[in-house]
Design a protein around this ligand. Sequence first.
Ligand SMILES: [Zn+2]
Length: 82
Amino acid sequence: MSQQQFENFTASTLYCEKCRATTPVREKLLLVLPDREIFDYLCTECGSSVGQREVTAGEKMMAEALASPSRRRRNVPLRSLR
Ligand SMILES: [Zn+2]
């Protein structure tokens, strides 16, 4: 898996308008729907929402298969992905 593909499904930094800088973000599960889940990205500096992401059932299955074989519900802290 290339670095580019990986960044497509996990954003580690986003531009925050409040901070006027690119900051590390925290991913928070916002809404669970039957066919998708919606995640909120929160700036770790000021806590404001800087973006959202929809994960469809298919994408989620793929992401989970890549992440770990067992289903994790725990909040894994976002490391800087370098
Ligand atoms: Zn911020």
